[in-house]
Design a binder for this molecule. Structure first.
Ligand code: AMP
Ligand code: GLY
Length: 427
C-alpha cells in the first residue's frame, strides 16, 4: 500500500514513522513533511492546505490511504475533497471537523446532546461580553476565541479587568484575526486534565491509551498555554472505571450526536477532559491526533496502525480486535525555540540529535525544523519532541531528559517537570 500523510509537524513525523514500520506499506509519502519525515518517507513539496494539488497527487500516485494530520486542512474540507475523488481518507470531513473549528459550534453540540461540559455564554459583540464579565461574581472566568488559534485562543482570566482586556484584544484589535470575532465565556472548571483519543468510523469507537499533555509553557503549569510542552502515558489517575465512564457519558453520546446530526465522522475524535469532582466534563473537541499526544500514543502502540486507519476510513472498525499496547510507559519532552508561544526566533542550528537517539529507547520526532545547507535549523515554536519508553514513568522520564540534554540550539528550552506533575502538584 502507498500511504499519504498530510502535514509537516511532530505528529506527522510520528505517523510516518509508525506507518513506515508496517509490512503492509510499500511507501509513505508526506506532504509537505519535514526533515524528520524524510528519514522514513518521501516528502513532496505540497502544502497541507493545497487541496487541489493533494487531490492530483493522490490520483497521480495512486495513493491507497490518505491520513490528514493537522486541523486546518480538515476544517477546510480536505477530507471531503479527497473522498469525492475516490480516495480512502483517515480524517473527518468539514462538518465533523467543525467540532474543533468552532468552539461555539462545539458548545452548542454538547448542550444539544446533553454531554457534560462547562456552562457558557456566546458573544458576538464586545460591549455585551464586557457587560457580562463586569457582572460576574465568580472568578476565574474562561474566555475563548471561537475559531482555530493553534492552542492560543483560550484565556483563564482572574478578574473583570483582565477578562475585558482579552475581549478587547480578540474582538476589537482582532489579535487572532477572524478566529476571535465571536467568543465564548465559560465557567471555570477545576480538576485534573486528560486527553482521550479514539478512532471513530461513524459506527464504532476504538479508544487509545490515555495520554497526559502539559499545556502551559512553564514548570508547575505556569505561564501561557501552548500547543503542548510534553506528554506521558499511561495516566495512572485514568482508571479503567473512569475510562468506562468517559465512554458511556461522553464518547458514545458524541457519536450518537454526530449520527443524529448526519455527520459521518471517520478519523480521530480527541476529547480534552477535565476530571471534576462531579465527573468528567468536556473542555474541547479536536478532530485529529493531538501533538505531542500522538507521538507518545504511537510509541506505545504495538499493533500495526495501518489496518486500523484503513478500517476507520472504510467504516469497518468493528471487525477488528482492539489494538495492543506496550505495557511500558512513554514520556515525551518538547524542545521549543526562544520566544514560544509568542513570536519565535528561527534559523538556529540544531546539533546532538544522533547522540540523543543513542540513549536507550529514545526516538526524536522533529517538528519546527528545516534543512539549511548541511545543517538542521529551527523553524517553528515547537522544534522537536524527545520520546522515551521505560519500565515506568520514572525510567522513561530519566531517559527522555538524558536525551533532551544532548540536543542543542541557541534559545532552546523545555519544561523540566514532564511526567512529574502529580508530585509537583502535591507539594
Ligand atoms: P481548550 O483549547 O479549550 O482545551 O483550552 C485550553 C486549555 O485551557 C485547557 O487545556 C485547559 O487547561 C484550559 N481550559 C479551557 N477551558 C477551561 C475551563 N472551562 N475551565 C478551566 N480550564 C479551562
Ligand atoms: N496537544 C494538544 C493538541 O494537539 O491540541
Amino acid at each position: 500500500m502507498k500511504v499519504l500523510v498530510v502535514g509537516g509537524g511532530g505528529r506527522e513525523h510520528a505517523l510516518a514513522w509508525k506507518l513506515a514500520s508496517s509490512p503492509l506499506v510499500t511507501e509513505v509519502v508526506c506532504a509537505p513533511g519535514n526533515p524528520g519525515t524524510a528519514r522514513v518517507a518521501r516528502n513532496v513539496a505540497i502544502a497541507a492546505t493545497d487541496s487541489a494539488k493533494l487531490v492530483h497527487l493522490c490520483r497521480h500516485e495512486q495513493i491507497d490511504l490518505a491520513v490528514i494530520g493537522p486541523e486546518e486542512p480538515l476544517c477546510k474540507g480536505l477530507g471531503d475533497e479527497l473522498r469525492a475523488a475516490g480516495v480512502k481518507v483517515f480524517g473527518p470531513g468539514a462538518a465533523g471537523a467543525r467540532l474543533e473549528g468552532s468552539k461555539l459550534h462545539a458548545k452548542e453540540f454538547l448542550t444539544r446532546h446533553r454531554i457534560p461540559t462547562a456552562g457558557y455564554r456566546r458573544f458576538d459583540r464586545s460591549g455585551a461580553a464586557k457587560a457580562h464579565l463586569e457582572s460576574c461574581t465568580q472568578w476565574p472566568q474562561v474566555v475563548k476565541a471561537d475559531g482555530l488559534a493553534a492552542g492560543k485562543g483560550v484565556f483563564v482570566t482572574q478578574d473583570a479587568r483582565e477578562a475585558c482586556a482579552v475581549v478587547d484584544a480578540l474582538m476589537e484589535e482582532k489579535r487572532l484575526g477572524e478566529a476571535g470575532v465571536s467568543i465564548c465565556v465559560e465557567e471555570h472548571l477545576v480538576g485534573e486534565e486528560v486527553s482521550v483519543l479514539a478512532m471513530v468510523d461513524g459506527q464504532t469507537i476504538c479508544v487509545f491509551e490515555p495520554v497526559m499533555d502539559h499545556k502551559q509553557v512553564g514548570d508547575g503549569d505556569s505561564g501561557p498555554n501552548t500547543g503542548g510542552m510534553g506528554v506521558y502515558s499511561p495516566v495512572p489517575t485514568f482508571t479503567p472505571r473512569l475510562q468506562r465512564q468517559v465512554e458511556q457519558n461522553i464518547l458514545i453520546p458524541t457519536l450518537h450526536g454526530l449520527r443524529q446530526d448526519e455527520v459521518d465522522y471517520r478519523g480521530i475524535l480527541f476529547v480534552g477532559l477535565m476530571l471534576t469532582d462531579a465527573g468528567p466534563r468536556v473542555l474541547e473537541y479536536n478532530c485529529r491526533f493531538g501533538d505531542p499526544e500522538c507521538q507518545a500514543a504511537l510509541r506505545r502502540l504495538s499493533s500495526d496502525l495501518v489496518p486500523y486507519l484503513l478500517a476507520t476510513a472504510e467504516g469497518r472498525l468493528g471487525e477488528l480486535e482492539p489494538p495492543s499496547w506496550d505495557p511500558r510507559a512513554c514520556v515525551g519532552v518538547v524542545g521549543a525555540a526562544e520566544g514560544y508561544p509568542s513570536e519565535v526566533r528561527r534559523g538556529d542550528v540544531i546539533s546532538g540529535l544522533d547522540e540523543a537517539e543513542a540513549v536507550e529507547e529514545v526516538v526524536v520526532f522533529q517538528a519546527g525544523v528545516k534543512r539549511s545547507g548541511s545543517s538542521l535549523v529551527t523553524d517553528g515554536g515547537r522544534v522537536l519532541c524527545v520520546t522515551a519508553l521505560g519500565d515506568d514513568i520514572t525510567q522513561a522520564r530519566t531517559r527522555a531528559y538524558r536525551a533532551f540534554e544532548r540536543i542543542r540550539w541557541d534559545g532552546k528550552f523545555g519544561r523540566s517537570d514532564i511526567g512529574s506533575r502529580r508530585t509537583a502538584r502535591a507539594r
